[in-house]
Design a protein around this ligand. Structure first.
Ligand code: ATP
Ligand code: MG
Ligand code: FE
Length: 332
């Protein structure tokens, strides 16, 4: 099948074309309008999606060298995400499918982050564990097949991406904070400072505490030295990042032991973090895991992953109808 896929759950407008399971194009328009607000403004995101969607789809079809009459189906992100943002992508996909008289496929954004692993080689073997870490989610998912997944642990408060972004903001780093913090951390000493982490039962996480502890730490340190942040920015970033990564991987280690699984993947925007990628390789050696790390372009939001999910759904005959509405809190 040849499928056009659309992603519009947050602040990336993206379209991709997949044919026979091979991604032919993956066009991503990142919305710059949110920078000056230091975070995503939902109403502005919706409007930017409206402006971007036609050029992005046109470019995706052109780059793939596919005409709309060759399409077998149109896929869209149904959720989770911002309602107004999802509405733009879903309305567009529905009209496009209706106009071409071809089926519609509704995709779960979090499943798609995981299925990004099936775009390129090497592909994980089932069952595998996927640590899905992004701006809105932190989950350990037991992946039994392409379309059968179970969340076995998750954050009870903030997502780890939020912890990255909020720490970066407190340190005065520009938005989006995660990648900036990553860069500074690479120059710093991860053992310079210690931050406490919440310890939740089972495979669950808590990341709201570290935000508060960083806040108090900075308040106390800047009392003695107003230049403390500027002088220690790299070490602070490295230490916070180290703490977050250690917290994430501790539960993954526990889950691999309990379930006897050695196939471990990471997915979602925070899987672009160089510290996490390096730590996963170390753990792979220590615990003899096979680890799977997506290419950068498939870590943060993109329609390539939506297309990959849609491909499997198409083969399984899992279609949506014109009544399918966005689901901002859609679960795996
Ligand atoms: P969700 O997928 O949960 O709906 P989202 O779509 O907003 O949320 P993604 O685009 O998957 O999230 O990921 C964005 C998050 O990834 C942001 O929090 C961002 O700071 C973080 N991120 C991106 N690159 C890095 C990096 N190199 N280091 C740390 N965090 C990063
Ligand atoms: Mg984003
Ligand atoms: Fe995402």
């Amino acid at each position: 099948p040849t499928i056009l896929a659309i992603e519009s759950s947050c602040d990336e407008t993206s379209a991709a074309v997949i044919r026979g399971g091979k991604v032919l194009s993956n066009i991503i328009a990142t919305q710059a309008v949110h920078e000056k607000y230091g975070g995503v403004v939902p109403e502005l995101a919706s409007r930017a999606h409206q402006q971007n969607i036609i050029p992005v789809v046109t470019e995706a079809l052109n780059k793939a060298n596919v005409t709309k009459n060759e399409l077998s189906a149109v896929a869209f992100t149904r959720g989770p995400g911002l309602l107004g943002a999802l509405l733009v992508g879903s309305s567009f996909a529905k009209s496009f499918a209706l106009g071409l008289n071809i089926p519609l496929i509704d995709v779960n954004h979090m499943q798609a982050h995981i299925l990004a692993h099936f775009i390129d080689d090497p592909k994980p073997n089932f069952p595998f564990l996927c640590l899905t870490v992004s701006g809105g989610h932190t989950q350990i998912v037991l992946v039994k097949s392409h379309l059968d997944m179970e969340v076995i642990g998750q954050t009870t408060d903030d997502a780890v991406g939020e912890a990255f972004d909020k720490t970066a903001k407190m340190l005065g780093l520009p938005y989006p904070g995660g990648p900036m913090l990553d860069k500074a951390a690479a120059q710093g000493n991860p053992k310079a400072f210690e931050f406490p982490v919440g310890n939740m039962p089972g495979y669950d996480y808590s990341f709201s505490g570290i935000k508060t502890s960083v806040l108090y730490f900075l308040r106390d340190k800047t009392k003695d030295n107003p230049n403390f942040v500027q002088e220690n920015i790299n070490d602070i970033c490295a230490s916070v990042q180290h703490t977050l990564i250690k917290t994430l991987l501790k539960k993954v280690v526990q889950a691999t032991k309990d379930l006897g699984i050695k196939e471990v993947a990471i997915a979602g925007g925070v899987s672009a973090n160089s510290g996490l990628r390096a730590a996963l390789q170390d753990y792979a050696k220590r615990y003899s895991w096979n680890v799977y790390i997506p290419a950068f372009q498939y870590c943060t939001d993109n329609a390539g992953m939506i297309a990959m999910a849609a491909h499997f759904q198409y083969l399984a005959g899992d279609f949506a109808d014109q009544y399918a509405s966005p689901d901002p809190r859609m679960k795996i």
